[in-house]
Design a protein. Structure first.
Length: 283
């Protein structure tokens, strides 16, 4: 046992416990030597005294042995507890290390996911911006038309503006076709009255007087309060003059002066009436 104890290093509480155990063992050994030595000295005492001495020594040895056993048990218990504590601390340290490694792994995964999420969000924003731009190309837009704010389809607006640009560019035949196609494609368009008006003017510019009269009269009948109604009737009167129908022209100019008095078209109509009151021009 002594040899076994010397193999364990003396460190901390465990070392102190082992040292106390050694001391108890030495005391027991010393007591045993006393017992062994008694027969050699028993001749100096009487038999009764020798027996009492032997019994006393044995009692003391047994007491020491009991105390030593109890001390050893106590020390063993303490050593076991210390070992358990040491094992627990070692296991706890291992668990902490494992948790640290798991935390590092989770942080790495979180960083990867965060980057992926950021990329996805950027992609979604870019896609949303692109879709918004595409949608806006087809969404109705607000335009000012004859003093009013109206919503029109963007393709509708582009088609009307293209036809009007053709008219202003002097291509009256192309403009007539473009305005007629526009009316067919967009029969309920807010641009519809204007498209009809410019169709009549395109016909008049091509000297299609009968066609211009029919188109512009239809325009005035459908839209009598339109801001271009006076100009439409003035063009009708001019077409009638070109056809030689002075009577019809005079009636048309008179209507313009009465219905649209104060307008520039009414002033022009009065001038036309003065001209018509003179002799008819020679052809």
């Amino acid at each position: 046992m002594r040899h076994t104890l010397t193999m364990i290093p003396r460190r901390g509480a465990l070392g102190r416990a082992l040292l106390a155990t050694r001391r108890a063992a030495r005391a027991a050994a010393a007591a045993a030597l006393v017992v062994v030595a008694l027969p050699a000295h028993a001749q100096l005492f009487s038999d009764d005294e020798a027996r009492r001495a032997i019994l006393d020594v044995r009692s003391r040895v047994e007491q020491l042995q009991r105390e030593m056993v109890k001390r050893i048990e106590d020390l063993s218990t303490r050593v076991e507890r210390l070992e358990q504590t040491t094992r627990g601390q070692f296991e706890l340290q291992n668990q902490i290390q494992a948790m640290r490694q798991e935390i590092a792994t989770l942080r790495g995964a979180l960083e990867v996911q965060t980057n992926e999420l950021a990329k996805t969000q950027r992609g979604q924003r870019d896609l949303a911006t692109e879709l918004d731009a595409r949608i806006k190309r087809f969404e109705p837009v607000a335009v000012s038309l004859d003093g009013k704010q109206v919503n029109v389809d963007q393709n509708e607006r582009r088609a009307y503006e293209a036809a009007l640009a053709t008219f202003r560019g002097g291509d009256f035949k192309g403009a007539q076709v473009a305005f007629q196609q526009f009316q067919t494609a967009y029969p309920q368009s807010p641009y519809g009255p204007n498209a009809l008006y410019w169709t009549g003017n395109s016909q008049y510019a091509q000297k299609d007087n009968k066609g211009a009269i029919a188109t512009l009269q239809a325009f005035v009948q459908r839209h009598p309060d339109h801001p271009r109604a006076a100009d439409a009737l003035l063009t009708v009167g001019n077409a009638q003059v070109d056809l030689g129908d002075r009577k019809a022209a005079a009636e048309t100019f008179r209507i313009v002066t009465e219905k649209f008095d104060g307008s520039g078209a009414a002033q022009t109509a009065r001038e036309r009436l003065v001209t018509l009151s003179g002799p008819a021009p020679k052809r």
